[in-house]
Design a protein around this ligand. Sequence first.
Ligand code: AMP
Length: 432
Amino acid sequence: MELRAVRGMNDILPDEVEHWHRLETAFRRHAELHGYAEVRTPLLETTALFVRQIGETTDVVEKEMYSFERHGESLTVRPEGTASAARAYVEHQIAAKEPVSRWYYLGPMFRGERPAKGRYRQFYQAGCELYGDAGPLCDAEMIQLVAGFFQDIGISAFQVHVNSLGSGDTRARYREALLQYFTPMRDKLSEDSQRRLDKNPLRILDSKSQADKDAAVGAPSITSLLDEADREHFERLCHHLTVLGVPFVVDPTLVRGLDYYTRTLFEVRATESDLGAQNTLCGGGRYDGMIESLGGPKVPAIGFAMGLERILATMPRTAAPRGPGAYLLPLAAEGADKALLLARELRALGVTTEIDGRGGKLKTMLGRAERRGASICVILGDEVSRGVVSVKQLATRTQEELSLDGAARIIADRLRMSAATPASSAEPRGNR
Ligand code: AMP
C-alpha cells in the first residue's frame, strides 16, 4: 500500500519554505513594531476549552475538530489560536502583572474541513491578541497593522470589511429577531440550519449552504439593534480607520464562524486572487467576555488570525532568495580535506556554502552548481597541490586563481560586492 500524506495536510518543501520564511519574518516585524511579543501554546488542549469558547453550534466544533480520548480525558488538536492564548493568559494570571498585554502567535491549526484550494485540514495561522484595552482606538490600530502588513508584502488588492455585533443584550435581541425572520421558512433551510434555528440562529447567516444563503437575503441587520454605547464605539472605529487612510466597507452581513465575538468584527478579503470562495485572508474581532468566562478577571480583548497559505497564494513571488553563495567542487583526493576546511572558514564569514561530494567530471559538477543557483564555484583540483584554488563567478563566467590561504575572505568580499549590484542580486533563480 502506498503511504501518502493525510488528505488536506501538505508537505512544505525547502523551495517553498523560503517564501514562508519571508512571510513569517515580515509578520513578526510588523507585530513587534506594534509592541506584540510571541506566545507559544501547546498544540493539544482539553476539548472543553474549544467547545465552550468557540461555541457548541459552530461548524468548527460540530464537525471539524480532531478530538480523541486519552487517559480518560478528551483532547483536541487546536483548530484556532485565540482560545488557547486566552486560557494561557488566565492560567498564568497575566492581568495581575500588566494592565495591557499584546501577544502574537504563528503555527499550524487543524480542522477536518473538506479540502479545496485555500482550505486545508492542517493550515498555518499568524495572529495577534490584545488584552486589557476596550478600544476602539486599538481596534483601528489592529486593522491598520494587518493592512500595513499586506501592503508591505505586496498585496494591495484587498478589501477590509467591518461590522459590530454589539454587546450586552444586543445579541439576545438579534437572536430573537432572526428567530422570527427564519421560523416561517424553516422548511427551506438546510438540515444543519433547522437545528441551529432554535439554538443559535446567528449561525445561519454564516452557513455555506446555498439554500441558507438564499433564505438569509432579507434577514434583519444587527446595526439597528445596537445600543448607544455600541453604536458610538463602532462609529469611532470607522472614524479612526478613515484618519489612518485604511479603506474599509461597513458590512452588516458579516458574522464570522466563531461564537465568541462582541462589538468589533472584521475581515480582510482578497479582491484579485484565484482563491474563489476562500478569499478571506484574515478574520478577527473583539471578544470582551472570554477572559471572564475562563475564570479570569473582566478584561476586554481583541484579536485576529490570518491564513498563511492563502496569503502565500496571493502575494507576488518576486525576488526569490538565491542559492548558496559558494559551491565547492573537490576534484582531487587532496581537494576533499581542503574543501571541508575552506567551507568551515566561509561559513564563519557568513557565506552559505555547500560542498559537492558526489564527484564526477568538472563539467558535470559545474552543471550541478548552475542548477543549484550558486553564485561562486570554487574548484579544488590539482591546483591545491600548488596551494591555490580556481574561483569561478557563475553570473559573469570569469575565473581566477586564489591562494588557498586568504581565499575565504576574498570570496566573501566578492559575494558582498555582487549582492550590492542590482543586475545580479535581483536575478530570479527560478525552480530548482
Ligand atoms: P478563523 O480562525 O476561522 O477566523 O479564520 C481566520 C483565517 O484563517 C481565515 O481568514 C483564513 O485565512 C484562515 N483559515 C481558516 N480556516 C482555514 C483552512 N481550513 N485552511 C486554510 N486557511 C484557513
